[in-house]
Design a protein around this ligand. Structure first.
Ligand code: SF4
Ligand code: SF4
Length: 227
């Protein structure tokens, strides 16, 4: 049977189904971007602090997962993903991509599959069902919270008429806000443990145990950088 799934403009109710053939081709030569929540999940998985994780397993100031010399993801092993339970959102969504606009409206698109990919598409489910199968809910919520944080920081930049050309990436943007002379912080926003320790010292707040609460405190801490 010919499968004719829509390729773009998909929403959670759109017909979509995918079964991975576990050939591991898609875990090579990819740029896997990370947000602070994903780093915190992966660092817990590896039993290290987010600071240690960033040093050891990432590039681009902590925003991208490191690759091995042969192009394979640093966590790809002979049996597959070595951090499967805590893998980042893009790995969960593949072969879907998710897009969220300024108003928070989400849509999904179907990416071109890798050459040699052994996965198969079907029409027995929906995008929503696929997200559930992939355990994506916590990651989607975190992605949206950090995106909202970014929007609020961009507003600060706009209000203060900071030079837009300097702020080409999310990281640059947050750093620009954090490192203003009046901000007095010299922190990478991506490093949750370090930001929380700094916030706790300054405010006297106790750092919570649960990742959900840590994430919310982290967002609050970064927001204070812009005050
Ligand atoms: S984290 Fe796991 S699923 Fe994602 S690219 Fe690396 S090995 Fe593949
Ligand atoms: S390339 Fe396709 S079949 Fe192979 S692991 Fe990735 S999603 Fe699964």
């Amino acid at each position: 049977m010919e499968i004719s799934l829509r390729r773009s403009g998909l929403n959670r109710q759109s017909v979509f189904g995918y079964s991975c053939g576990r050939c591991l081709v898609c875990c090579r030569f990819k740029t896997i971007h990370l947000n602070p929540y994903e780093i915190a999940r992966l660092s817990k998985n590896q039993g290290v602090s987010t600071t240690g994780f960033i040093d050891r397993f990432t590039t681009n100031g902590g925003t991208v997962l490191r690759s091995k010399e042969d192009g394979a993801c640093v966590f790809l092993g002979a049996e597959g993903c070595g951090v499967h339970a805590d893998r980042p959102l893009v790995c969960r969504l593949y072969p879907l991509g998710r897009h969220v606009d300024f108003l928070g409206v989400e849509n999904f698109s179907l990416m071109e599959c890798e050459e040699g990919c052994r996965g198969t598409f079907h029409e027995r489910g929906t995008v929503e069902g696929y997200l559930e199968e992939q355990g994506a809910a916590d990651f989607l919520r975190a992605a949206d919270l950090y995106l909202n944080l970014l929007w609020s920081l961009l507003e600060v930049i706009k209000e203060q008429e900071l030079e837009p050309s300097r702020y080409e990436t999310v990281l640059d943007t947050v750093r620009a806000v954090a490192e203003r002379p009046e901000g007095g912080h010299d922190l990478s926003w991506i490093d949750m443990d370090r930001a929380l320790a700094d916030y706790s010292t300054r405010s006297g707040a106790t750092i919570p145990e649960s990742l959900e609460e840590r994430m919310r405190m982290h967002i609050k801490a970064v927001q204070t950088w812009a005050e």
